[in-house]
Design a protein around this ligand. Structure first.
Ligand SMILES: Cc1ncc(COP(=O)(O)O)c(C=O)c1O
Length: 481
């Protein structure tokens, strides 16, 4: 019998795996005698002790019977069908409706739209790299790990981090909250999933902006929500058009910087939205994903700061202001919802990792976080200026900019092109090393004109200038074709 060892880990474990696979695959049928340990050791150039240990383990697990060292036989119970089992493409029993909805979404999303490996990738969502932040983060992680409490953390979040978040929100976002109102989560995605979980039953109506953040849409649809949308214009969500026919239970909005168009919800519309929530007796999720970064004026106060009737569930994320792999964010909850959300967190994962939370609390309290914010704002401002100048210089009258003076991306509308032409543009650009992304996936209904999301956080100004020169060349080629 030929046994192949996989060279992974200790020799004894390799042999054990090879023998199990031979038995389960039927190459050693029930009742067959295994080779004597000395013989096998010689054949495979292993020590006899290694073979003895593997046989002992097989015996302990019930694969073989007999006395190791004087004849071992394959047990009946270990007998498997002679052909190795095929990997199923469908589960042996049906998934739940929620499981199936989630899988369908994930499968559709998997190929991804990301242009990995291109020279200039204008992918939205990539963070600014800041070496000073990396070293401060390493230091704080080290400090926190050395002092870690080993018991389960408070599911609502480490108190030091919740207090730091309150302090930050008061200074930067105009929100007055106590630590008991704050819950630490693994990011916006988890926060919206909890909102759906706690507030929606299958078939309940939720409203999103059109266009919107696909992560929010997916979380609501996975929950089985009936999804309606409301149009957005240059002043943000058109609150006067919010649906009145259905019993809306939840709204998800991005008032400080509408995602992805970049418009900012005006004060009258904010008041209209809050009045609507009161009238509908529903909750509003405020996704404040990058409200921090404004370049031409002070950041606007959050919608939550106007929320006198406790209708707004505020969500902040560290994905944009630090980096997305951190997977930390927070919610500011109306007191009436606090226990239900903490229970959802507790049921879901028993709380975010305590060491990262403690490290982040210190990153904020030592001032390193605010230093990083200042540096990042400056870097983003320079990158944005380079991008806009490059567009002006290289793209002629092809591009209409929807520039809100905030965030980490701009929307470039291409009103003179068709959707099909923009698809060709994206392909041609990719072949030349430029990663471009259509705005279409964020829309519920295809927009009347095609447009591109230009994420600029990850590229230095010189690269952005070069990227826009390439875009200009691709646009000219398309017009000449
Ligand atoms: C609109 C919007 N909200 C939230 C997020 C961040 O999500 P998370 O905190 O889950 O990383 C993003 C990231 O791209 C976003 O575009």
């Amino acid at each position: 019998m030929y046994l192949e060892l996989d060279e992974q880990g200790p020799r004894y474990a390799q042999l054990l795996r090879a023998l199990k696979s031979a038995i389960l695959g039927g190459r050693y049928p029930a009742g067959a005698k295994l080779p004597a340990t000395r013989v096998l050791a010689r054949q495979l150039e292993l020590s006899r002790n290694t073979v003895l240990a593997a046989y002992e383990q097989l015996r302990a697990e019930g694969f073989i019977e007999g006395r190791v060292g004087s004849g071992c036989y394959v047990a009946e119970i270990a007998q498997a069908p002679s052909a190795p089992p095929k990997r199923r493409t469908r589960p042996a029993a049906p998934l739940s409706r929620r499981g199936q909805r989630g899988q369908d979404m994930y499968d559709r999303n998997i190929p991804g739209r990301q242009h990995k490996g291109v020279r200039y990738n204008l992918q939205y969502g990539l963070p600014v790299t800041n070496p000073a932040l990396s070293s401060a983060w390493r230091r704080e992680l080290h400090y926190a790990a050395a002092r870690a409490e080993l018991d389960y953390p408070n599911p609502q979040g480490v108190i030091a981090l919740r207090e730091s978040v309150c302090d930050y929100l008061k200074r930067r976002r105009g929100i007055v909250a106590a630590a008991e109102d704050v819950m630490i989560v693994t990011g916006t995605q988890q926060a919206i999933a909890f909102a759906a979980d706690v507030l929606l039953d299958e078939g309940d109506t939720a409203v999103v902006e059109d266009p919107n953040y696909q992560g929010a849409r997916q979380a609501l649809l996975a929950q089985g929500a009936h999804l309606l949308s409301c149009r957005v214009d240059d002043d943000g969500l058109v609150a006067s058009e919010l649906p009145t026919g259905a019993a809306v239970k939840l709204l998800v909005v991005t008032p400080s910087h509408q995602f992805p168009t970049g418009s900012v919800l005006t004060l009258p519309r904010r008041m209209e939205l809050l009045a609507y929530a009161d009238a509908q007796r529903c909750f509003v999720v405020e996704d404040d994903y990058d409200g921090e970064f404004r370049y031409d004026a002070r950041p606007l106060a959050a919608l939550k700061s106007l929320d006198s009737n406790e209708r707004v569930i505020y969500i902040g994320s560290f994905s944009k202001v630090i980096f997305p792999s951190l997977r930390l964010g927070y919610m500011v909850l109306p007191p009436s919802l606090r226990n239900a959300f903490v229970a959802a967190k507790w049921l879901n994962d028993r709380g975010c990792p305590a060491i990262e939370q403690a490290a982040l609390a210190r990153l904020i309290s030592t001032g390193a976080f605010e230093r990083h914010l200042r540096q990042t704002s400056l870097a983003l401002k320079a990158r944005r200026a380079a991008l806009l100048a490059g567009i002006k210089r290289h793209t002629g009258n092809h591009v209409q900019l929807a520039d809100s003076g905030a965030g980490m991306h701009v929307v470039a509308w291409l009103p003179r092109l068709t959707h099909a032409q923009v698809e060709r543009l994206i392909e041609n650009a990719r072949a030349r090393g430029l990663g471009l992304y259509s705005i279409n996936p964020y829309y519920m209904r295809k927009p009347s004109r095609p447009g591109l999301m230009l994420g600029y956080a990850d590229l230095p100004p010189a690269d952005l200038e070069a990227a826009m020169a390439l875009l200009g060349r691709c646009l000219r080629e398309l017009s000449d074709a």
